[in-house]
Design a binder for this molecule. Sequence first.
Ligand SMILES: [Zn+2]
Length: 519
Amino acid sequence: MSWRSAGLGGAFLLVAVTVASAQPAQPDPVRDKVRAYRAAHEKEIVGELDGLLALPNVATRVADIERNADHLTAMLERRGFAVQRLSAGPGTPPAVYGELRVPGAQRTLMFYAHYDGQPAGQKGWLSDPFKPVLRSGPPGPNLKDIDLQSVTGPLDPEWRIYARSASDDKSPIVAILTALDALRASGLQPSVNVKLFLEGEEEQGSEHLGTILRRNTALLAADAWLLCDGPVHPTRRMQIYFGARGVAGMELTVYGPLRPLHSGHYGNWAPNPAVELAHLIAEMRDEEGRILIPGFYDDVRPLTVAEKQAIALMPPVEAALEDELGLGRTEGKGARLQDRLMDPALNVRGLRSAEVGEGAANAIPTEAQVSIDFRLVPDQTPQKVKDKVEAFLRAKGWHLITEAPDKETLKAFPKVARIAWSLDYAAHRTDMSLPVSRAVATLVERAAGGPIVQAPMLGGSVPMSTFTDILKVPMIGVPIVNHDNNQHGINENLRLQNLWDGIEVYAELMAGMGTMMGK
Ligand SMILES: [Zn+2]
């Protein structure tokens, strides 16, 4: 998911939070057999992932994407999947769809992942982002390269594979397929039909996703979609998530005089757009994050009992975060981070007017601009947010325009603002009390051998609503990668233990969901 995260590398926390009480893992036949298979095939598994990671995969380069799609098709067909390329039209990145019918299975599970990745041209990579390298741990001093071929015996689970998309989001694909291999090698069969939907344009905003889904609703039918993207909890505990916030962007420019004015000769007479904008922002949101736009919270769906209980059970991360981030205070009067993420948010992602510091002139600027991202929660929609914000601005006396104003317009209205929106997508929350939600939680917990984190909704934004609105299917996030993986940034990496755990989790889901969901 181009986890629209405003440069935060996805919507997730990046701190290592230790949790005191790690209970001994409960015995589990499926997991133990899968683990034995993995232990005997570690090099092959890493080798297969390396092969996929070696293919450049930025969605704007469709030839590269097609090469990835060919490679994935071979990986799926080797395992007996019927494969189709689902496209919105020539020259657009296709989704790779795979279907495995399991004799006797009554239920169907769809695994979603994306095989495209973020551009990797940034400076600072330790090695070519598309030449995967195994290393002895996270980036830092004393980091050593490991030659996989020369390793005898088990691989150290703290070793990491460095490459673009190692975590976001190619490794879950290999984990899903290896889970199937392990079940079969252990004489076990999935208890569900297994479908894969591998998107090829996610990091570029999934422009063609809606078209692909609408054209293939019958083909893509399933009892549940599992979103295999994102990291586990910063406590390193397995985490599942039932929703994600939506997002909408707004650019607002307010105007002052036609040319910069001497502040001495005109101050306190000619309106200052920077001051006006500062007032406007403060009228829209307070210092605790409360949005002051009338009716903004009207469409906010109240939390269910199950959601409140899940939040209460989430391990505390605030103290470590405040330390990591150097925060002297947090918004919300000491409220927990997860509680804050359950509310809509107005984030000022940028502010600009004239110059500051050395470049500053004693003048009244001609304009001031703010760039805002709104995080939406169920049942808000980008359109409803737009309507409320614009009604508020008009009520505050702002004349709204969409093009740069001419002199006549500026003279005709006391306050003029140019406004532009990106109405991306709504939020989504799958009901945590659904039988399928309980089944996923039980099986992931069984694979993890202990308590997992269940997040009702992530703070970041992924277009879950695009899937659920079109396909009307429960969608649950089952991420596996390490939270400190540097996704979207340089030296993206994958911790081997997370890959191993992911194989067991996906195997447990394939083996158990049919039984758990019943006929
Ligand atoms: Zn992703």
